[in-house]
Design a binder for this molecule. Sequence first.
Ligand code: FAD
Length: 590
Amino acid sequence: MSDKKNQKGGEFLLAAGDADEIFTPEGFTSEQCMIAKTTEDFVRQEIWPKSDKIEAQEDGVSQDLMLQAAELGLLMADIPQEYGGMGLDKASSTLIAEKMGMAGSFSVTLLNHTGIATLPIVFFGNKAQKEKFLPGLAGGEIGAYCLTEPGSGSDALAAKTTAVLSEDGKYYLLNGSKQFITSAKWAKTFIVFAQVAGKEFSAFIVERETAGVLIAPEELKLGIKGSATSGVIFEDARVPVENLLGEIGKGHLIAFNVLNIGRYKLGAAALGLAKLALEHAVKYALERKQFKKSLTEFGLIRKKIAEMTSRMFVAESLVYRTVGLIDNALEGIKGSDGETSLKVLEGIGEYVIECSIVKVYASEMADYIVDESLQIFGGYGYSQEYPVERLYRDARINRIFEGTNEVNRLLIPGMLLRRALQGGLPLMQVLENLKNEVADTSTVGEQAAVGEFPWYREKLEGARKAVLMATGLVIEKHLKEIGERQELLALLADMIMEYYALESTLLRLEKGSVGIDDWRSQALLNYFPAAMSRLLVWGREVLGVVVAPVQLAERLAQFDKFCRMTPFDTISVRDRLAEKIISVEGYPKV
Ligand SMILES: Cc1cc2nc3c(=O)[nH]c(=O)nc-3n(C[C@H](O)[C@H](O)[C@H](O)COP(=O)(O)OP(=O)(O)OC[C@H]3O[C@@H](n4cnc5c(N)ncnc54)[C@H](O)[C@@H]3O)c2cc1C
């Protein structure tokens, strides 16, 4: 990891980033590559041959694979060494998540377990709880996380499950029902959220054998069929007071903090799934002949292959940039006591905006990739005989759990504004400076020459100003009731995400001094103009809503200049990129 200054969360929008300060996949250490290889070998050799059994939830199959994963150390990356874990850096555990993304349903079983089912104890458990539960969780005893209820999903704090302290003060009586709980029927431990005294949202560790814990019938789902999902019902379940996790009334800290980690790992897993879909699509396109040509010879198929690669490359850049920021923030924090755990959470929580971006961007990227991969397979893509049908169904859940993409979109500008208003980010000052600059647009022109990165730097700066200008205008008009202006917030979220995507990718290329003819540069060359067009469309919509009609023409002229790009021959760029991807039959190793 870099020892340079770490940007604060959300700061990427306020000042141009520095290539030296970001982490990129080109910087993986040999240990990290080994972990990635171990995971990928496990997926290909152990999980794929059992796919049908996993999909059918055949007894013992997923549980045995979890034990095997534990033996390989894949369940213990985020668990401190003194409790049977490996306490690895986050880039390593994210690489595990990425490679597990190729494992279909089983990836949900494993990542749910290592994430939201284990981390609450890692971060909030006391010594006795860690000693009691973490070795088992690291060793493959499956855990579950029970937050969602029939009446409360996104609005998680409105949970109705109650926890009432017994008269002798020895246990809590839990009553209520949880909905859509991953691995419920296999779990030995459940992290359960409930209201104490009716309103103090709190978390408990509930053991499987507790009387009064009932597992509802299995949900029949669209995808990830091999991941068990069902309701969990608590009927006077007696939970010893020792199993209260953290403090009474502080359950929200547990519920939301671990979700940040879940979000960047979900992004990585979506990336792994997308890479696999591309590999299938390219291999199929090479074999399949129509009109006496292989599909890879058709311009429209080549365009799909190039476009998929571009979006994947961008997603990969922003996933690992974010993980690098987190690893830098955690550097030097050692130990596993309560205070240290809170410092770790604070370090990760600093990047809540970036974590949400990763989640939304990568899950939507993956949905696009599986859709296009299926299209390349034509009718066979729709058939269960071929692998993309399942990838298509499996990918869809990623936009729903770990906070829906709507909720995460609202969080991105919402958190940025909150930090600005609390004095944590100098957003208002930056907006004020920009206002003066906008008045003089003479410095923002058309590009001088296509193909040189310094030129992209200039366009990127335009993109940043475009996002800031739109943000500033929304704040000016709607600050007081901003929470009620969801559509505007979502437009800002899309613009902020697109800027983070562009910057992360350009900085990655700059850091690696990647030549313009390299496939990675072609990926960005293809992506850049389309991203600028999206910014233009989103920003114009924002301006149309918030700027008074008499000022609109002038403001639009200023705004458009930030985003305008002279078109160039993107078809040739895509063709070169597709050629590379076809030649290596999938996403190239970086
Ligand atoms: C396969 C699967 C596995 C799951 N595993 C777990 C698990 O292990 N543990 C667990 O606790 N939960 C789990 N969940 C639950 C999951 O986290 C929730 O489904 C999710 O949080 C959304 O809640 P909901 O389904 O009640 O939808 P709702 O919250 O009712 O949302 C419905 C729609 O309204 C939108 N919406 C909601 N609020 C707002 C708002 N304020 N503004 C704008 N739009 C809004 C949503 O984005 C969504 O599009 C799982 C779900 C599934 C399907």
